[in-house]
Design a protein around this ligand. Structure first.
Ligand code: GLY
Ligand code: MN
Ligand code: MN
Length: 437
């Protein structure tokens, strides 16, 4: 049995313990978790790609089974209501037979109208968790995504079970194979579109299966933070390549970024090497008890050092930070929790009662948590030439910039390095680098 399957029974045992405690605390008999169904495209007979409710796929490794539901009752084996219509237009999913099925009570149904009879008798004591309140109402479920319960579940999702970690390890292993194929395609002169095809093919997942739209950016495009355009033409010059792309396993994501210089020497190659060193130094600071926000702020000091080192700007660390110069070059956060969602829930939550701590004024980061063992986080510092942000700086700040050097870097866009790491009692397990990337 593989590591993922081996850890699933304990995962379900942990989820059952967590949900029994939360349901008792909130005076509920149980919850109905709806996998969901795809949204229809306006005035069309097509649908948007289906994305399963993350709460559903946490319990069962099913990511492509719309209309299935889970009935989770305090103290009882979870029921999986598995939809298998008679349908000659579409492929009907076979009943699952893998070992995980032993942990649930599998109930097959063929018509959506049957769902009403499959709902618990005491459904007023149940919460509905899902995206379709009208559907819930039609089933007699009126307590929809109650915030106190959702807060409790979301907070508990921060600490991953070994099963979840193994799913993310596998999602990293697969994505690393894709990253290596993408790097080879870049070096061979492929277009952004062709690199994406090489990536997806090596990963073995379609563009709607990977957890987010790949960022495959050549040259200056790499300074566009969420660049997903994918040009089909090959640029005249090959300078730089930034790839931010992941894979999913049982609904769990990986999220990896690498930056490559086409020429092995020169400004951009040195910048990539320096960023890689800083990223690894930040990784070495991770342990339980450290505030994620402090790592993010430390990265701003490092960006200030890099700006001086590469002569993009000159000034003291404090000056470059206080005048907003580091933020103009590094405008995003250091990273985020990752799991069932790429940007996983509870990055700001401080307790199960939903108390949140937002970052201080002017600080952009998706996580203000004190780091704990069992969290899975990304660390993804970057540095880019983004003219709109540089133009917005004050005259005092602009006076510290070195336009000649910025002009030199601009055609290369920017650099970002991103790994996914599990926090251990005394450090980290780097899910990305362990596969040789
Ligand atoms: N790929 C999105 C991110 O790195 O947060
Ligand atoms: Mn990313
Ligand atoms: Mn990320």
């Amino acid at each position: 049995m593989d590591a993922i399957a081996q850890h699933y029974p304990q995962h379900i045992a942990t989820l059952r313990q967590r949900s029994d405690a939360l349901l008792a605390e909130h005076n509920l008999a149980g919850m109905v978790i709806d996998a969901g169904y795809p949204a229809a495209i306006f005035l069309d007979d097509m649908e948007y790609p289906f994305k399963a409710n993350p709460h559903f796929k946490q319990w069962v490794p099913l990511t492509d089974n719309p209309h299935c539901m889970l009935v989770i009752r305090q103290g009882a084996k979870p029921q999986l209501l598995f939809y298998r219509p008679v349908d000659f237009w579409h492929k009907v999913a076979p009943l699952p037979t893998e070992s995980w099925v032993e942990q649930v009570e599998l109930i097959e149904f063929a018509r959506l109208e049957q769902l009403l009879e499959l709902m618990p008798q005491d459904k007023q004591q149940f919460a509905y968790i899902g995206a379709h309140a009208d559907h819930a109402a039609s089933l007699g479920l009126t307590l929809v995504n109650p915030k106190p319960l959702m807060d409790g579940i979301h907070f508990s999702r921060s600490i991953k079970t070994q099963y979840e970690i193994e799913c993310m390890r596998e999602a990293n292993r697969i994505a690393v194979i894709g990253h290596q194929a993408a790097r080879d395609a870049f070096m061979a002169g492929a277009s952004e579109f062709a690199i994406q095809q090489a990536y997806l093919s090596a990963v073995g997942q379609g563009e709607n299966q990977v957890p987010y739209g790949s960022i495959i950016a050549l040259n200056q495009n790499s300074a566009i933070l969420h660049y997903t355009k994918l040009e089909q033409t090959v640029p005249a010059q090959r300078l730089s390549f930034l790839i931010d792309a992941g894979a999913q396993v049982n609904g769990y994501a990986s999220d990896i970024t690498r930056s490559y210089a086409y020429e092995s020497t020169g400004l951009y190659a040195e910048l990539v090497a320096a960023m890689d060193a800083h990223q690894q130094q930040i990784l070495a600071m991770i342990k339980p008890g450290v505030a994620y926000l402090d790592l993010h702020l430390d990265m701003h000091r490092r960006v200030a050092q890099m700006l001086n080192q590469f002569e993009l700007a000159s000034g003291s660390e404090q000056q470059l930070i206080d005048l907003g110069i580091t933020k103009a070059f590094y405008p995003h956060g250091l990273g985020h929790p990752i799991g069932l969602q790429v940007h996983d829930v509870a990055g700001f939550m401080q307790s199960a009662d939903g108390t949140e701590q937002m970052p201080p004024e002017g600080v952009t980061v998706r996580c203000t948590r004190i780091i704990e063992a069992g969290m899975v986080l990304t660390i993804e510092p970057g540095l880019y030439v983004i003219d709109s942000l540089l133009n917005d700086l004050s005259d005092e700040a602009k006076a510290l910039l070195n336009p000649v050097r910025i002009d030199e870097l601009r055609p290369y866009g920017g650099v970002r390095i991103e790994d996914d790491v599990v926090v251990l009692a005394d450090g980290i397990d780097n899910l990305t680098r362990q596969f040789g990337l």
